[in-house]
Design a protein around this ligand. Structure first.
Ligand code: FAD
Length: 456
């Protein structure tokens, strides 16, 4: 009896119910990952995520080899490749994790029909890439929660499945061959990328439980402290298990752990929105006809935003961090998104695409729905909120250390003027090689208010 453990966004051995089930069901298991051509041709495997993925696959393969197996890697059409491996291994069943985007659900349905047509079975396991699967809690009046707080109240009461230990042995049947796992550098990546793979993830997590978690509630918004977990890329690729993280943080206890668990619930929240409204990956979640068609194109301003030269120091620092590390602090994501979508009044999709190109954690549910939240087209109950980059940077980067780290042109400017260098006196200002603001905040605000008033 042979089974296939099909890995997708869950590149780990610990707490992996599909792998456990595949091992328990069979004498031999084919651990399989398919580089899906559809994902690559949709531009969804840009250099940063590709490099991180390669590291995850190499690490997964190493972990499987320690257990008597290895990872089988294939590329091409997802369903076709899985079916080929199933035939070559003469497997009876395939185990995989449930996905929650429209793309993942359609792919899973195609695979199910193809396997069933040849008398094989597909088992789809829930709660692998989320702690609480979409649909587990729903309000009485709708198929999903549109507001986070009531969602969170119910989410927090759901009993989580126990953590599954990594299998000791994963014996692979002989005849199945795969492609070489890439170990070289990928071109076009950010210089400061994090290390991929489950081992790196677990080391990082161990350090965070020890040194970071207790202060999470008080410092997570402090830009310079950089004190969040940075688990996001590991959660995106599944080298960390969300359910295991929630169990672990709850066991740890305290206000820091509680605030951290709440952020993990945001991740599940966006997934249940996307599962119920798959179109929200591209369309406005709250659609009011063509109201957003009036958004500006403003190519020069978009370029300045992308390249970190808007003349607003905290915005420029954040956009440069994104390119350099493939990551950006959550507060900085909020500020840069508010600036693009509201102050410049540019379509949120322009910003979301730029983020998806660079972010190692770039994720359809989290990225598109957080962008929509900030643009006022999503689930924010105060869609007209505009974040002021000057007051916010004075609050969340009071000494200017975050700005100084990423905008060396301002290295010698003291706080508070580092947040608004255009106020420096003539000679000091003239000596700086740093642009004037590309837009007046007051003008941006006026434009946004006028546009909102015109909407039906
Ligand atoms: P921590 O603060 O340590 O939080 C722990 C985990 O909770 C994160 O790893 C993440 O999985 C989850 N989480 C935290 N905040 C959020 C949130 N607002 N929404 C959903 N989950 C959250 N996150 C992504 O994973 N991928 C994206 O593509 C992405 N794009 C974003 C775009 C915008 C405009 C905004 C405002 C936020 C975006 N986020 C995205 C959410 C959040 O900014 C990141 O998850 C977080 O900054 C990652 O850093 P961390 O792991 O140190 O987070």
């Amino acid at each position: 009896h042979v089974s296939v453990a099909l890995f997708t966004a869950d590149l780990r051995l610990n707490d992996h119910p599909p792998l456990r089930a595949a091992v328990d069901a069979a004498d031999a298991v084919v651990p399989l990952f398919v580089r899906d051509r559809a994902v690559e041709s949709a531009g969804f495997a840009p250099p940063n995520r590709r490099a991180f993925l390669d590291a995850c696959l190499a690490d997964l393969d190493a972990g499987l080899r320690e257990r008597g197996g290895r990872l089988v890697l294939r590329s091409g059409d997802f369903v076709e490749q899985v079916c080929r491996v199933v035939t070559e291994a003469d497997a009876d069943e395939v185990h995989m994790a449930a996905g929650h985007s429209g793309f993942a659900v359609r792919r899973e349905e195609r695979l199910r029909s193809a396997l069933e047509a040849s008398g094989r079975r597909l088992f789809v396991h829930d709660a692998v890439t989320v702690a609480v699967p979409p649909g587990t809690v729903t309000p009485s009046s709708s198929d999903h929660f549109a507001v986070f707080t009531p969602y969170y109240r119910q989410w927090a009461r759901v009993p989580l499945r126990p953590v599954a230990a990594a299998p000791r042995r994963v014996p692979v049947p002989d005849p199945v061959r795969g492609e070489e796992i890439a170990r070289g550098a990928v071109s076009g990546t950010s210089p400061g990328l994090p290390a991929g793979g489950e081992r790196a993830a677990r080391d990082q997590a161990a350090a965070y439980w020890r040194d970071g978690l207790d202060d999470y509630d008080t410092v997570h918004d402090d830009l310079a402290a950089d004190a969040t977990s940075r688990f996001s890329a590991h959660l995106h690729f599944g080298t960390l298990s969300p359910a295991e993280l929630v169990h672990r943080a709850r066991r740890h206890g305290g206000a820091g752990a509680e605030a951290f668990v709440r952020q993990l619930a945001w991740r599940d929240f966006h997934r249940q929105v996307l599962a119920a409204r798959p179109g929200a990956a591209r369309d406005d979640y709250r659609s009011k006809g063509d109201r957003w068609r009036t958004r500006r194109t403003a190519a020069d301003e978009i370029d300045a935003w992308c390249e970190g030269r808007t003349g607003y120091p905290v915005i420029d620092a954040a956009m440069r961090q994104l390119r350099h590390e493939g990551w950006m602090h959550n507060r900085a994501r909020l500020l840069t998104a508010s600036f693009l979508a509201k102050t410049l009044y540019v379509d949120w999709r322009v910003g979301a695409d730029h983020f998806l190109h660079w972010l190692v954690d770039g994720d359809v549910a989290n990225n598109q729905l957080n962008w929509q939240w900030m643009a006022g087209t999503g689930t924010d109950t105060r869609p007209n909120r505009v974040l002021n980059p000057v007051t916010q940077s004075k609050k969340y980067d009071p000494d200017g250390a975050y700005v100084r780290r990423w905008v060396p042109e301002l290295a010698d400017v003291a706080a508070p003027l580092i947040h608004e260098p255009w106020k420096l006196s003539g000679l000091d200002r003239a000596g700086l090689d740093y642009p004037d603001p590309i837009v007046e905040l007051a003008d941006g605000l006026d434009r946004f208010r006028r546009a909102r008033r015109k909407q039906p």
